[in-house]
Design a protein around this ligand. Structure first.
Ligand code: SAM
Ligand code: SF4
Ligand code: SF4
Length: 341
């Protein structure tokens, strides 16, 4: 089948697959509330349904798959799903983003099943800040998870850090040192006003410009590396060759090259992180649609795609949190932890 492109010519290449909406942390920038409305269990796609849907996406050009959540390691028997997804050999890469808490128990099995690369979210090196940020006391387990991933043979490990003013912005140089020490590449992420981030305000965003300033002050010359793909991170190098990334979704959006879309654990497909409506692929699957019909629907939606959510947000005269807690409770599909980061 010919590759499919949207109205701006952006190809459908990268699928983020949320395997669960549950999480074992409560990060203040993602799940700050006390209560959440969870996806009903019967609606969660079976492994067979996920594999069929992913096959339709690969037929239309997707060659990079990222498992995410919620916390993906909370999905029972995840390595079984990974094997099913890897078997047709249509994907160039299967990656996973995890908070690392359960990684020590699963790293070997994930590697054996076919996960190629891991990104571990790590916002701080300080136990007290971890507790403040995530309302859990699990930083030692995250470090153990990172070590286990290295021991299991995961190379090209990435660390993702959401930087928040007054919380962990003073740790940016130390986090870079930590990443360098373990041979990982760290990416600093601007705090985004996505669904779920009900405590977001512009003052709490640490901008790309400020991050670069801080890193230059601590580590000397920083030079930009040429872009080689449509990945969201801009990459930079220090004089000693250490590389790092910045994901400046707030101050320097990159919608013009966005080839990413997101499938929730219950089969809703979102063509933008900020999209308010998704395509209900579960309904289509469970109505008995065949593979051709599934592909056709995905193709049709992607062809009509006009999303540029972060650019639209950046152009607003006044910017506040995207959604209030009440509207998120009424529609959990708007949550970052439901649609996957
Ligand atoms: N639970 C896993 C984790 O934290 O790695 C995977 C899902 S999480 C939604 C994926 C990524 O989204 C994480 O790296 C997290 O830091 C990021 N994220 C969540 N809320 C964010 C926000 N408001 N701004 C920027 N990044 C955010
Ligand atoms: Fe934190 Fe990821 Fe859980 Fe959100 S889904 S609360 S970012 S660990
Ligand atoms: Fe892509 Fe939407 Fe993010 Fe822009 S805001 S980069 S279109 S997902």
């Amino acid at each position: 089948m010919p590759p499919v492109a949207d109205t701006f010519g952006r190809p459908l290449r990268n699928l983020r697959l949320s395997v669960t909406d549950r999480c074992n942390l409560r990060c203040s920038y993602c799940m700050p509330e006390e209560e959440y409305v969870w996806l009903p269990k019967p609606n969660v796609l079976t492994f067979e349904e996920v594999a069929r849907t992913v096959a339709a996406f690969t037929a239309l050009g997707v060659d990079e798959l990222r498992l995410t959540g919620g916390e993906p390691l909370l999905r029972a028997d995840l390595p079984v799903l990974v094997r099913m997804l890897a078997a047709p050999r249509r994907l160039r890469e299967i990656a996973m983003t995890t908070n690392g808490v359960l990684l020590a128990d699963h790293a070997v099995a994930l590697r054996a099943a076919g996960v190629d690369r891991l990104t571990v979210s790590l916002d701080t090196l300080r136990p007290a800040t971890f507790r403040l940020l995530s309302r859990r006391d699990d930083l030692p387990r995250v470090f153990a998870g990172i070590e286990a991933a290295r021991a299991a043979g995961f190379t090209g490990l990435k660390l993702d850090t959401v930087v928040i003013d007054g919380v962990n912005d003073d740790e940016v140089p130390a986090l870079l040192d930590y990443a360098r020490g373990i041979g990982a590449e760290i990416r600093f992420i601007e705090y985004m006003d996505v669904g779920g981030a009900t405590h977001w305000s512009p003052e709490r965003v640490v901008s790309r410009a400020r991050l670069l300033e801080q890193l230059r002050a601590a580590h000397g010359t920083v030079h930009a590396l040429p872009r080689t793909d449509s990945a969201p991170a801009e990459r930079f190098a220090l004089r000693d060759g250490t590389t790092f990334g910045i994901i400046a979704s707030v101050t320097k959006p990159f919608c013009s090259t966005c080839d990413r879309s997101r499938l929730t654990a219950d089969g809703m497909w979102f063509t933008c992180l900020y999209a308010t409506h998704g395509e209900d692929l579960r309904a289509l699957l469970r109505s008995g649609a065949d593979d051709a019909a599934l592909c056709e629907r995905i193709r049709e939606v992607w062809r009509g795609r006009r999303d540029r959510g972060a650019e639209v947000r950046a152009a607003l005269p006044e910017r506040r949190a995207l959604a209030e807690a009440a509207s998120l409770r009424a529609n959990p599909h708007l949550e970052m932890h439901t649609r996957g980061g």
